[in-house]
Design a protein around this ligand. Sequence first.
Ligand code: FE
Length: 206
Amino acid sequence: MSDKKTFKYTADREIYSAAKVRALEALLIEKGIISDKTVDKVLSFFETEMGPFNGAKIVARAWIDADFKKRLLKDATAAIAELKLPAGMAGAEGEHIKVAENTPKVHNVIICTLCSCYPWPTLGLPPYWFKDPTFRARMAREPRAVLKEFGVNIPADVEIKLWDSSAQIRWMVLPERPAGTEGMSEKQLAALLTPEAMMGVAKVAA
Ligand code: FE
């Protein structure tokens, strides 16, 4: 299949996807497979219990605690379990989380080339564009150009590493701690983090 055919999408494809989801939900309710509360319950869980606020706490801890950072990079799932995060943190697709550390020489980006795998417990539900076949293919082929479109200019001497999440392993990025944040508390540091920074498509601004 040619690229042209594969990537032939209309600008309103998100609206069509949403309509399909609504139709599917209505059908599942009609058939008695889920109740009208099911989807709201799942969404509320990911809005209040599982979300980027968890990832932000993990990154902030790693920034202030070098030993925790070491453990996080070695075995993220175990290190995350040390923190007082909501019950079920290790479930909901977070059974095997891995963390890639940004350094002055390496910039990491997470993708799922196959579909939409994402570290739900630490970053929440993925944004629509993360699941978009055009984004997935282009980020794999020309990450530097795509990052530039996100407003992230990676110098030529910095290596870009892509981490492909799967049904088994979910990746997240440990961004670099920005300069000028030396006096900040763990809570203040956590507030600097965005899901995009922990996906590798943004830098953390102090
Ligand atoms: Fe996937």
